[in-house]
Design a binder for this molecule. Structure first.
Ligand code: NDP
Ligand code: A1CAB
Length: 315
């Protein structure tokens, strides 16, 4: 039976995921998946799994979303009203209705800030509401074992890390491979696949990688946009109109990334193929090396991952 999905804390990321899921309901398409350590081998850069939505029982058909403030609820209603043409409506409620929203739903997507998780999950009545439910968290730095302390034993806890491009169904979503104290049933696995594959590339990974995953794909769009903006700035410096400079840089970035994903070509090989001996590309590359660009970006990911690890512990 189709089920009700409840999004607790439907801010930037809740909207991104829910918009992608709702859009995917009316426009199903082939799902692109990364390696899936729970379903056997695939190609180095991922395999194409056709129409993982074929089991309608794994898809939600009713939606509830909660936020804290009345003002946010008003804005959220507008967001989903505008989406209305492409899918079912979403009931928007305030945090005072978290417990009954969870009680009447089958699957819960936890999208609040990590610092709010304990308060939300330990609210009076929430434990009863979560009995037997599937709780999918997108929270950075909040481990399954921390969440297990806050939910009843019968509740299955899964961690996921989506990113903002999920909104246009170009997300990267990593899902924790197992909750050792409460392994996923095939039904729950189907639900995870059905929810996430329509909104991007989906991969199961062990929870121990989640801080690194958070840095690379959760925060990654911010880092990539700094590079994108800088490339456009360079074009503007050399006389290109701003909008064209941005278009050229964005499509170039997308094209290079797609070549890596689709062909499995190593980025270094792709870079070498652009670099004509004695040409202009090597001149630009050496300027990047002088500025230690690679280590700056790698250190940025390292620092982000280390910070992510502490997020769930903040009060
Ligand atoms: N932003 C990103 O790119 C990514 C974020 N994440 C994770 O997603 C989570 C949310 O981040 P983000 O969307 O950026 O944050 P936002 O601040 O945009 O969203 C948080 C939402 O939680 C709501 N909220 C606060 N308290 C409660 C409560 N008691 N009950 C119900 N809702 C509540 C807020 O409502 P109100 O506005 O009224 O206060 C707001 O809508 C974080 O845990 C983060 O680690 C993961 C991947 C990527
Ligand atoms: O900045 C943050 O904490 C969240 C987690 C990943 C992306 N944004």
């Amino acid at each position: 039976m189709p089920y009700q999905l409840c999004v607790i804390g439907c801010g930037t990321m809740g909207i991104a995921v829910l918009s992608g899921v709702i859009e995917g309901l009316s426009h199903p398409r082939a799902a692109i998946n990364g390696n899936d350590d729970e379903s056997g081998p695939s190609t180095p850069m991922g395999s194409l799994i056709l129409d993982s939505n074929s089991n309608p029982a794994s898809l939600p058909d009713r939606f509830v979303a909660t936020v804290n403030r009345a003002e946010s609820a008003r804005k959220l209603r507008k967001v989903f009203l505008e989406l209305g043409g492409v899918g079912p409506s979403v009931q928007v409620r305030q945090a005072t209705e978290n417990v009954n929203s969870v009680a009447e739903s089958d699957v819960v997507l936890l999208c609040c800030k990590p610092q709010m998780a304990a308060q939300v999950l330990l609210a009076p009545g929430m434990s009863e509401a979560l009995e037997g439910k599937l709780l999918i968290s997108i929270l950075a730095g909040t481990t399954i074992s921390m969440m297990r302390e806050w939910v009843p034993e019968s509740c299955t806890v899964v961690r996921s890390m989506p990113n903002t491009p999920s909104k246009i169904r170009e997300g990267m979503i990593v899902v924790s491979s197992l909750d050792p104290s409460n392994p996923k049933t095939p039904v729950q696995r189907d639900i995870l696949m059905a929810l996430f594959t329509p909104i991007g590339r989906c991969r199961f990974m062990d929870e121990k990688h989640f801080d690194a995953v958070t840095a690379v794909c959760g925060s990654g769009p911010a880092f990539v946009c700094v590079v994108l903006e800088a490339m456009a700035d360079g074009g503007v410096m050399m006389g290109l109109p701003r909008s064209e400079a941005l278009e050229l840089a964005a499509q170039t970035m997308q094209g290079a990334a797609r070549m890596v994903l689709q062909t499995g070509i190593h980025p270094a090989a792709l870079k070498d193929s652009v670099t004509t001996p004695g040409g202009c590309t090597i001149a630009g590359l050496l300027a990047l090396e002088d500025a230690s660009t690679r280590s700056a970006i790698a250190r940025c990911v390292q620092k982000t991952a280390l910070h992510a690890a502490g997020l769930g512990k903040e009060k």
